[in-house]
Design a protein around this ligand. Structure first.
Ligand code: NAG
Ligand code: NAG
Ligand code: NAG
Ligand code: NAG
Ligand code: NAG
Ligand code: NAG
Ligand code: NAG
Ligand code: NAG
Ligand code: NAG
Ligand code: NAG
Ligand code: NAG
Ligand code: NAG
Length: 556
């Protein structure tokens, strides 16, 4: 069965119908949900080789809910055997691609933070080990998508940054996770020459990689007090026992750390000395847990509301154990005066199910909440009362995203827009896209001839639509080369593309085609909110079912 499934995905890549048109979104599509469109339906473009997952709005938004939806962009990083090109993706809220960051490869932590006063992207890059931990580097990208920092764990006998978390503090330091194999006495488990996979939280200065703080789990939490026994692990450096499984680190205004251990079902509040001040959950909770607050195998533990609340994703299960019928988003009130937590709110998934790994809870300023369901390929936005506003599915089968986030993100890439010219009979269509640009309102198309390829003659203006805009050219013109200029909503030019011919040959923009700001890419203003909400009426929505795929589907 496993073999058949993978050959099915393999075929999908070569059966045209598995690909869907550019900027295509599905709505309550049973073909999508059943896998009839393939396990990972993806979009294709003329001007870009990107193949982002196409979305299916399982619960679409409508006239009455659209006004409540928070503006901003969606950050996910699909991965899994049914994902065509794993990695970081930004979408608008209609399911149109904004940025394809898959050149950095498969990633888990992918979010926006403030660093030195600027909005930046935090992105983990590296290798995912079978044990569910990572080894790599943490990047900070500015709003031109340039790498401004690249750092990793230090002084851990060669262990590098793990993928589970990167968090910026208000002091421009980074909190990261790491895993370190070490020898350990596991004779109580009848394992001779035992190995432990220790969990580490580190605070670093991203500008120079210097270590500020390191907390090693085994110095403070007895490996015998958690929920994942060694099983077949613990026998070698390559097969160590991951007793703690760190997956989130936060820091508060008092300078203490909040550390999440999935395998201990616990949240530890840690002083700069490393000592544990209190523990919520697990076998040894020192905080009173009131009704409905127990959690298991959790992710994404964060402080909220001036450190009076803690949010987390309560998986309620793992690959070898289910503790409940559903995962949930969870918000706990923390009362420091009597050392207790109480249930404030919980968010139950649309498709009540246990997500055995990953997942996150993003409480937004408006009171809305965006939840990423981790191992199951869904995210959903809720209003302040916990009602669904919409639910999006972004794949079928083995498609997962460690987290799903919602940010206002404004960026102007340091590249030029891509242009592809297609001629069919007397018709010419110019396709254009600019990977990562959030500020383009209008594309101005110009043409030129092979006599003076750099002499732009304006032809038309077209509103940007989705990731790729298709512009038809009047067949009475005799232009050989085409160029686009991107205009922002203030009608200022942001960038000029190369001049491009239908055979793909290119000419640079003219010397006088410079833009006002300091360089050709524009300075990427950081002011206004990007992409105001686009209501999900997608004229290019397609719902065709393809016979060939149906046959494959039925055969399998
Ligand atoms: C709009 O969507 C919400 C949430 O799915 C649903 O409860 C409501 O009935 C819908 N309203 C209309 C008019 O379709
Ligand atoms: C980050 O730094 C490491 C170590 O120097 C390097 O191997 C890696 O290629 C860098 N990552 C990127 C995306 O440049
Ligand atoms: C450091 O790593 C090496 C190679 O994996 C290992 O042999 C050694 O035991 C480690 N040292 C410590 C102190 O963990
Ligand atoms: C920031 O630095 C100040 C001064 O060192 C310290 O008191 C504070 O706890 C730090 N805050 C964070 C979040 O690291
Ligand atoms: C933690 O809880 C376990 C199980 O309840 C108990 O056996 C152990 O002694 C406790 N450890 C500490 C340090 O309190
Ligand atoms: C602690 O205080 C909260 C209200 O702040 C209350 O709900 C709770 O019952 C109190 N006691 C315990 C043991 O949680
Ligand atoms: C709900 O989840 C189950 C288990 O993952 C899956 O089999 C089913 O297809 C899902 N239903 C929908 C409507 O997504
Ligand atoms: C984006 O900015 C708008 C306007 O300031 C704000 O209402 C909204 O809450 C922000 N969205 C996010 C996801 O922060
Ligand atoms: C524009 O042309 C230059 C060569 O002159 C090339 O390096 C660059 O990749 C082209 N840009 C795009 C977006 O095609
Ligand atoms: C040219 O475009 C027109 C209008 O979009 C269309 O009807 C016609 O079929 C096209 N011709 C060719 C040869 O593609
Ligand atoms: C295009 O070329 C044809 C044939 O050379 C010519 O008759 C026509 O006037 C040209 N059109 C334009 C707009 O220059
Ligand atoms: C660049 O120079 C050409 C030729 O002098 C002129 O036609 C064009 O308008 C100029 N373009 C800009 C953007 O100034």
């Amino acid at each position: 069965m496993q073999l058949l499934r993978s050959s099915f995905s393999f075929l999908c890549l070569f059966v045209l119908s598995c690909r869907v048109l550019a900027d295509t979104t599905y709505f309550q599509s049973s073909e999508y949900a059943s896998g009839a469109l393939g396990s990972g339906p993806f979009q294709i473009f003329k001007s870009s080789s990107s193949t982002p997952s196409a979305w299916n709005f399982v619960v679409p938004y409508n006239d009455s809910t659209a006004g409540q939806i928070e503006s901003g962009l969606i950050f996910i990083a699909p991965r899994g055997t049914n994902v065509n090109s794993p990695g970081a993706l930004i979408y608008d809220k209609s399911g149109n691609l904004v940025w394809d960051g898959t050149r950095f490869g498969q990633t888990l932590t992918f979010k926006v933070a403030t660093y030195k006063g600027e909005s930046v992207i935090l992105l983990w890059t590296g290798t995912v080990a079978g044990a569910g931990v990572g080894s790599g580097y943490d990047l900070i990208l500015n709003n031109k998508y340039e790498i401004i920092a690249n750092f990793t764990a230090v002084n851990l006998n060669g262990s590098l940054a793990d993928f589970h978390d990167i968090e910026m503090t208000s002091n421009d330091t980074a909190l990261i996770t790491a895993y370190q194999p070490k020898t350990w006495d596991l004779s109580t488990f009848n394992i001779a020459d035992g190995w432990l996979l220790d969990s580490v939280a580190q605070e670093l200065d991203p500008s120079n990689g210097n270590e500020i703080f390191t907390w090693v789990a085994s110095d403070h939490v007895d490996p015998n007090t958690c929920y994942a026994s060694p099983g077949t692990t613990g026998t070698s450096a390559d097969n160590p026992w991951d007793y703690f499984h760190i997956n989130a680190v936060d820091k508060d205004s008092a300078g203490n750390y909040l550390i999440s251990s999935r395998h201990c079902h616990a949240i530890y509040y840690v002083a700069p000395s490393g000592d544990i001040i209190w523990t919520i959950g697990g076998h040894n909770s020192t905080v009173t847990m009131n009704d409905g607050t127990t959690f298991a195998w959790q992710h994404d533990v964060r402080w909220h509301n001036d450190e009076t609340q803690i949010s987390l994703f309560d998986n309620e299960g793992t690959a070898w154990e289910l503790d409940s019928s559903s995962s949930r988003g969870l918000l706990l009130d923390f009362d420091a005066s009597n050392n207790s937590v109480s249930l404030n709110q919980q968010w139950i998934p649309y498709n009540v199910t246990v997500s055995e790994s990953q997942g996150n809870v993003g409480i937004l300023d408006s009171g809305n909440t965006l939840i990423g369901w981790g191992q199951v390929p869904y995210f959903s936005e809720y209003d302040a009362n916990g009602q669904f506003l919409y639910v999006v599915q972004f794949g079928v089968g083995d498609v997962q995203s460690y987290r799903a986030y919602h940010y206002n993100w404004t960026a102007t890439p340091n590249t030029r827009p891509s242009v592809s010219v297609e001629t069919s009979g007397s018709n010419t269509t110019v396709y254009t896209s600019w990977n990562g640009a959030t500020e383009v309102a209008t594309w101005q198309l110009s043409g030129s001839t092979s006599d003076s390829p750099q002499l732009a003659v304006p032809i038309s203006n077209t509103s940007r639509s989705g990731f790729e805009t298709a512009i038809s050219v009047d067949s009475s013109t005799n232009f050989t080369y085409f160029q686009v200029a991107a205009f922002n909503s203030n009608k200022k030019v942001i960038v000029y593309s190369n001049f491009t011919a239908s055979d793909g040959s290119q000419q640079d923009p003219a010397a006088n085609q410079t833009v006002e700001s300091s360089n050709s890419s524009g300075s990427g203003s950081n002011s206004s909110s990007s992409g105001s909400l686009q209501v999900a009426v997608n004229s290019r929505m397609i719902t065709s079912v393809f016979l060939v795929l149906w046959i494959f589907h039925i055969l399998l």
